[in-house]
Design a protein around this ligand. Structure first.
Ligand code: ZN
Length: 186
């Protein structure tokens, strides 16, 4: 997969399969809490985070755009801060903003006990992609919004975009990942 985002922090390694399993497990757990139906295709990330906060699974803060030093959102432990504009856009279903919220949820799910740093600030270091906080959170977001189990053999990037509400760029990446997942499952 072509990965253009700058590297973030080095974290313990996770494979794409590990991340996919963790996102599936979280969706199952949210289904049990009646926060998100496991089979729901149009996930409303702002509502998911609000309900998770209500169940004390995370804390969330909507902040003025100027507060986050140019980033759209960040996460420390399980505390997610989201800039007002990104939150407002996510509420209206903006694919990019929805993905940003799912990305921060990925940090909360994968990195909450890794180290007390803020994820969302890019730092140029050299480490393997599977050890990178941003790659891991992006992979989590992709699998959380579009779980492997909700895709079929006739899946295309265009269908992922229309059925799950991802951007076309993210849908193409998700489709590439799905092909690998399908190969592993055979
Ligand atoms: Zn991040």
């Amino acid at each position: 997969m072509t990965y253009k985002r700058k590297l973030g922090f080095e974290v313990p390694p996770l494979s794409q399969k590990d991340i996919a399993n963790k996102s599936l497990n979280l969706r199952k757990s949210l289904d049990e809490h009646a926060i998100l139906s496991f089979s729901e295709k149009r996930v409303e990330m702002a509502r998911v985070l609000e309900r998770m906060e209500h169940h004390e699974l995370i804390t969330m803060q909507i902040v003025p755009n100027s507060i986050l030093s140019g980033v759209e959102a960040d996460c420390r432990g399980t505390h997610i801060r989201i800039s007002e504009s990104v939150y407002d856009n996510a509420v209206t279903g903006c694919p990019r903003s929805q993905f940003t919220l799912a990305h921060e949820l990925g940090h909360a799910a994968l990195h909450c006990s890794v180290e007390p740093v803020s994820f969302g600030f890019n730092r140029n270091t050299s480490h393997a992609i599977y050890r990178d906080s941003e790659w891991q959170a992006d992979s989590f977001a992709s699998c959380f919004i579009v779980p492997f189990t909700l895709l079929g053999k006739d899946t295309t990037a265009a269908r992922i975009q229309s059925e799950f509400g991802l951007s076309m760029t993210a849908s193409i990446l998700r489709m590439k990942m799905y092909k690998l997942e399908r190969q592993r499952a055979i």
